[in-house]
Design a protein around this ligand. Structure first.
Ligand SMILES: CC(=O)SCCNC(=O)CCNC(=O)[C@H](O)C(C)(C)COP(=O)(O)OP(=O)(O)OC[C@H]1O[C@@H](n2cnc3c(N)ncnc32)[C@H](O)[C@@H]1OP(=O)(O)O
Length: 409
């Protein structure tokens, strides 16, 4: 069966959100739904119709994202859902193919998404491009190394998040350029970050804010919630959940983490999503106390391989012929010679013998610099024809710091 696909207009919003409510088994708070509507670019939505019924949906959100060496317009894929009555009939596949064609027509070369389940998007050419670290730590075991940075000019200020929003926005914009994967936040995204309407219902406490400042102004902030509690012996057992912590420099970073880890009446700190190379790891005197797990974060798809590969910087020189396999975007399925070094890159279609044959998803997973190509080679998922070519490509595409978006879209 085929299901005609087109963007929705605003009058179809209730039917569109119904598919999302059913797919995600969730009903957002009315204020959250309003913010979400404000973030929706209606001409970039897609709905698959079964007669008058919307059976599946998907949408794009335009971002400027940090990539190795620069910033790039990236299409954020979001709000993907299919009605339970229509699942496993190819609705998602039809939506994904149409969406990728639309992205190309729109002139963009890279798409990215957060996956609800990690088994879904590889078949459409998306590769796991970044990871998040989640950890819990006992406050009493969180001492820092003796030589952790300090700066006597810094001080901590307690603030109401909404009162300092403009300062938070400015600071975030200044640090978002430093790490691949971070993306610009528009006002509706900030509305979401600072939203607090269902705090009491969740029992996690209101959103709180610490600022690290000196006479020159703001150097960092932490957003968090504290669920207060006492154990049966009357010992304080509060749990602090960090939402985000950003700083311009190591001393402000360390001071804010101490503000979090030393919070009175708190027993445990739950980090929320953090980068896998979070500098906190190096600051802890006893790193094993950080009980951590790692999950896939962004999935990246190169929609136009040559344009995408020449829109980022490279850590080392490389000259390889890459044979790309891509059934979903067949215009990419060619042999490409990538010639790159730290000063620039060129990517041209060629007839030469390939050094490596790989699925387009492998390039997506390497795109932000996470170094996943070596992992794929060692897993036997790439075909290397010239010994050393994959390692050379992996080295050139790797980047520090590691990619991380830090906020689900
Ligand atoms: C970016 C985001 O928004 S992520 C959010 C994704 N949405 C959700 O998780 C909401 C709940 N789930 C759903 O709405 C649906 O089950 C979807 C969107 C995941 C799948 O939609 P469907 O229309 O059933 O998928 P479709 O029939 O096109 O399946 C295509 C292929 O994906 C596979 N597939 C579908 N869902 C999954 C899954 N959850 N995990 C692994 N594989 C899957 C199918 O088996 C099929 O495989 P094949 O090509 O080898 O035959």
């Amino acid at each position: 069966m085929t299901y005609p696909i087109r963007p929705i207009d605003e009058s179809e919003w209730p039917a569109y959100t119904r598919v999302l409510d059913e797919g995600f088994n969730s009903r957002p708070h009315p204020q959250q739904a309003e913010r979400w509507k404000a973030q929706t670019e209606f001409d970039r939505t897609l709905a698959a119709f079964d007669g008058d019924l919307i059976a599946g949906v998907a949408a794009l959100q335009s971002f400027t994202m940090t990539v190795p060496g620069g910033r790039l317009p990236v299409e954020g894929v979001t709000s993907v859902s299919v009605l339970p009555s229509h699942r496993r009939r190819g609705v998602l596949s039809a939506l994904m193919r149409r969406q990728l064609a639309d992205i190309r027509e729109h002139g963009e070369s890279v798409a990215a998404l957060y996956a609800s389940e990690s088994g879904i998007y590889g078949r459409y050419g998306y590769g796991r491009a970044s990871q998040s670290l989640f950890f819990r730590i006992d406050k009493t075991r969180s001492a820092f190394v003796g030589h952790a940075p300090t700066d006597p000019s810094l001080r901590i200020r307690v603030a109401v998040p909404a009162d300092v929003r403009a300062d938070l926005e400015r600071l975030f914009a200044s640090v978002a350029t430093r790490r691949p994967g971070r993306y610009d936040r528009n006002p509706p995204i900030w509305d979401d970050v600072l939203a607090d309407e269902d705090a009491d219902q969740r029992g996690d406490g209101p959103l709180r804010c610490l600022l690290a400042e000196d006479d020159g102004g703001l150097r960092g902030y932490a957003l968090f919630r504290v669920k207060a509690g006492w154990d049966a012996d009357g010992i304080a057992s509060g749990e602090l959940k960090l939402t985000e912590l950003e700083a311009t420099d190591p001393a402000a970073y360390a001071l804010l983490w101490r503000g979090i880890l030393d919070r009175d009446l708190v027993a445990k700190v739950d980090s929320g999503a953090r980068p896998v190379d979070d500098p906190l790891i190096a600051l802890l005197a006893d790193q094993r106390q950080l009980r951590a797990s790692v999950f896939d974060e962004l999935w990246v798809r190169l929609v136009e391989v040559d344009k995408a590969l020449t829109s980022r910087a490279y850590s080392a020189a490389v000259n390889v012929v890459i044979e790309v396999e891509d059934d979903v975007c067949p215009w990419n399925a060619k042999r490409w010679r990538l010639t790159a070094d730290p000063t620039g890159a060129e990517c041209k279609p060629v007839e030469d013998e390939p050094d490596v044959t790989l699925p387009v998803a492998a390039l997506g997973s390497a795109y932000l610099g996470a170094g996943m190509l070596t992992e794929s080679l060692e897993a036997g998922l790439l075909r290397e024809h010239s010994t050393g070519s994959v390692r050379a490509l992996a080295t050139a595409m790797s980047w520090s710091p590691k990619p991380w978006a830090g906020l689900v879209f």
